[in-house]
Design a protein around this ligand. Structure first.
Ligand code: NAP
Length: 298
């Protein structure tokens, strides 16, 4: 292996934050043979990692001073700020690189990048799109943004985390923007699924009985995304064969069925009201994707 692609050519990597994801990241670095320094606000989360060869740092300052690259993965940017923007830690980071894999908003990523620049810290932002069990396997999906040369320099170490890594651009907020948009799909869909199982249960249908059909509905979505992306970008929204009026009718049935059973229908009511707004704005024959345009208009 050339020094440019051998992750162990890096002298050391530090992981700050040892929740389930931070522990998975540190474990993958250890598995790759990297000297791995770990720190967590609450002590005791590193025992297993230390048993596997990780070096325990007693303070965040000591942790970041031990490696040219620090990976942070905590609950949100309030937490990562609380760690990184502490005077001695900030001083120790000068001339080193932080890759922040904590999830939060694009604005918070940009704010942290500005702070890093003021303090001579090289900064990359990123997000992890898959569960802890995928880390270090081909199934991990990570997205990154920030200066390309900096990303290229640390790529061999980041690649150790497995799977697919995509650098989305120099705008530091780009990874968080993708993350927020993708999690919007996930949490909206999960909320819909929880609502669906509540209606099913009220009708005497278990989640297990619903499962094969629920999976079938889920499988319809990827082709719908593929078929409609260009329409959304071009703001055309053809409703041929499936106008938004039909969607509203279907949604009204869901609201009615929920409320018959005393189940909160606010999720579906919100979706229905957006679709009705599109109709009221004179788009009754358009497809459901007109809702994206209505949302963008504010
Ligand atoms: N778990 C997953 O499957 C998954 C998947 C994709 C992305 N992610 C992202 O990965 C990040 C970490 O997730 P996680 O699963 O490890 O668990 P988490 O519950 O989101 O984060 C726990 C970590 O945050 C630390 N923390 C919380 N508040 C803090 C504060 N004020 N100061 C310092 N540290 C603080 C905790 O330290 P203490 O132990 O001291 O409380 C712990 O290390 C999150 O942004 C999450 O969205 C997770």
């Amino acid at each position: 292996m050339s020094p440019n692609t051998d992750p162990t050519a890096a002298s050391s990597v530090t992981v700050l934050g040892l929740g389930p994801m931070g522990r998975a990241l540190a474990g993958a670095f250890l598995d790759a043979g990297l000297r791995t320094v770990v720190w967590n606000r609450t002590p005791g989360r590193d025992d297993e990692l230390v048993a596997r060869g990780a070096q325990r740092a007693m303070t965040a300052e000591e942790a970041v001073a031990a490696s040219p690259l620090t990976v942070v993965c905590v609950v949100n940017y309030d937490a990562s700020d609380a760690i990184l923007r502490d005077g001695p830690v900030t001083s120790a980071l000068k001339g080193r690189t932080v890759v922040n894999l904590t999830a939060d908003t694009p604005d918070r990523a940009r704010d942290t990048a500005a702070w890093a620049s003021e303090h001579g810290v090289d900064y990359l932002d990123g997000a992890i799109m898959t569960p802890t069990t995928t880390i270090g396997t081909p199934h991990a999906v990570l997205i990154h943004s920030g200066p390309q040369p900096l990303y290229a320099r640390h790529r061999p170490v980041l690649d150790v985390l497995g799977g697919t890594h995509t650098h989305l651009g120099e705008d530091i907020g780009r990874a968080a923007a993708y993350d927020v948009a993708l999690l919007d799909i996930f949490w909206t869909a999960m909320s819909g699924y929880m609502h669906a199982v509540a209606i099913a249960k009220a009708e005497g249908i278990s989640a297990t009985e619903l499962l094969p059909f629920a999976q079938g509905i889920g499988a319809i979505l990827p082709p719908v995304f593929a078929d409609t992306a260009a329409e959304i970008d071009n703001n055309t929204h053809s409703g041929e064969g499936n106008p938004i009026t039909s969607a509203v009718s279907s949604m009204a049935h869901i609201v009615h069925a929920s409320e018959t059973h005393g189940i909160d229908a606010s999720i579906m009511r919100a979706a229905e009201s957006l679709a009705r707004k599109a109709i009221d704005l004179n788009h009754p024959t358009d497809g459901f994707t007109r809702v994206a345009d209505v949302l963008s208009r504010g």
